[in-house]
Design a protein around this ligand. Structure first.
Ligand SMILES: Cc1cc2nc3c(=O)[nH]c(=O)nc-3n(C[C@H](O)[C@H](O)[C@H](O)COP(=O)(O)O)c2cc1C
Length: 446
């Protein structure tokens, strides 16, 4: 069995309560950090661990903390990004719902490290029941002296606020989140200045994902070096993967970074393989934003090596033959899935969620959706395929925030790897639009 850092106690009955969590060793890391360490020493452990942001971009957490500006007399903030709206990603929801104190403990340690006296957890607005679970956990921790004034008699104060999100995917982008937290429309800010210099209420702010922060209890209890010893290379520690689609056992799994994609997909410990009698056709490894890969590039890299669940191995070959670990939304498609329909579906999402500030994204996502709609519904022309590639190139890299890239990559990669399927939709419109029709041409199945 693989090592568990975040989910070791997740199935213990009553683990959502303070008492049971405490019996399993909970809050010992807060005691250790606040009573025996300086904030700088806590930051140092985060740096040593090599833990990378689990919200998608994979930026080293300790390094981000090191960038936080510390002007005299100005408050600093820690904001936990629990907006989790990427299609295919549902791990933070699982963690907060099942073991809320792990996040609260991580927030206390991280806030102490950053010198923040007021911190926020910005939770996807649809998850009102999770917000209540977190608020209950915060009240319990406060009653036990782990939050509020003079925590454990140390003189350190921390107030933790849970904020329901604004109900839009864009509010997960860190600067849009800060705008929303300030009570404004969630539009991303131009950078620089970065949040580490001017964030919430123009004060230095760190924004980190739920899973990133939840790692801190284990890191403090066991040391950053012990965390860094798990995983491979710059992909240290464990990662929560949200597995969905045509697999035997959908769910949230904690993996040690470095397990092979083949093992994750096919072993009984994880996904349990493709559903019976079917074959692997395609995979989106890191949430709807990352490039889709065909079966022959999923378990092996273009050089024929085993592909591993790490930041580096999944991106091996660049966008020509690789993809990204992203936020770990592992969506599996068997041969019954229509790539054109799926691409159109993703495009609808990005068009709907574009905030509209940048013309390439506002207009381009709508054009892509329209063109994909007509191909899927039997009215496409061969020119449309090149048109989609052209639009995606004009969006990518030309927007304030990465939502534009996130909208462009699924379209560009679907055409790169499944062009024949798009051509078939255009040349065989009647067959392609028949109910349940799926392209069965030159497909490489795994
Ligand atoms: C459109 C968009 C949506 C995002 N949604 C989330 C989200 O729901 N949760 C999250 O942690 N990061 C999300 N991110 C990434 C954040 O901007 C940011 O990189 C992350 O919260 C930083 O935390 P980390 O370093 O711990 O990963 C999103 C980014 C974009 C562009």
């Amino acid at each position: 069995m693989a090592r568990k850092i975040l989910t070791e106690h997740i199935n213990v009955p009553g683990i959502e309560t303070f008492d049971v969590y405490r019996k399993q060793g909970g809050y010992t890391a807060v005691e250790k950090a606040i009573k025996t360490m300086t904030p700088e020493e806590v930051v140092e452990e985060a740096k040593k661990s090599g833990v990378r942001g689990r919200g998608g971009a994979g930026f080293p957490m300790g390094m981000k903390w090191g960038f936080l500006a510390k002007p005299e007399g100005v408050p600093r903030y820690l904001v936990c990004n629990a907006d989790e709206s990427e299609p295919g990603t549902f791990k933070d929801h699982h963690l907060m719902k099942c073991i809320p104190h792990l996040l609260i403990e991580g927030m206390i340690i991280s806030s102490f490290a950053l010198g923040a006296n007021k911190s926020f957890i910005y939770v996807r607005g649809e998850l009102m029941y999770v917000i209540r679970i977190l608020e209950k956990a915060i009240a319990e921790a406060k009653a036990q002296g782990f939050l509020g004034k003079n925590i454990l008699g140390s003189g350190y104060d921390l107030e933790l606020v849970v904020q329901p999100g604004g109900g839009a995917y864009i509010c997960g982008e860190e600067t849009a989140l800060l705008e929303s937290l300030e009570g404004k429309r969630g539009n991303p800010r131009n950078k620089p200045p970065f949040p580490a210099v001017k964030g919430l209420y123009q004060s230095p702010t760190v924004v980190n994902n739920v899973e990133s922060i939840a790692n801190m209890s284990w890191i403090i209890n066991n040391g950053g070096d012990a965390y860094a010893a798990i995983g491979i290379g710059r992909s240290t520690g464990t990662k929560l993967i949200s597995a969905s689609g045509h697999i035997q056992k959908p769910g949230v799994y904690e993996i040690e970074l470095g397990v092979s994609v083949d093992e994750f997909l096919n072993s009984d410990e994880y996904c349990g393989g493709i559903r019976k009698g079917h074959y692997l056709k395609a995979l989106v490894a890191g949430g709807s934003s990352v490039p889709i890969l065909p079966a022959n590039l999923i378990t092996k890299t273009a050089a024929g090596e085993d592909r591993l669940m790490t930041y580096e191995s999944l991106s091996d070959g660049g966008f020509a033959t690789g993809t990204m670990l992203g936020s770990g939304g592992f969506i599996v498609f068997d041969e019954t899935a229509c790539i054109v329909r799926n691409t159109w579906n993703f495009s609808r999402f990005y068009h709907h969620e574009s905030c509209g500030q940048c013309s390439p994204c506002r207009e381009g996502t709508g054009w892509m959706e329209k063109v994909l709609h007509r191909i899927e519904h039997g009215h496409g022309s061969m020119h449309d395929i090149d048109l989609l590639v052209d639009i995606s190139k004009k969006i990518e890299g030309n927007t304030i925030c990465p939502l534009g890239d996130a909208a462009a990559w699924p379209v560009a990669s679907a055409i790169r790897h499944f062009r024949d399927e798009f051509v078939w939709h255009i040349t065989h419109p009647q067959e392609a639009t028949a109910p349940g029709a799926v392209y069965m041409g030159e497909m490489v199945l795994g």
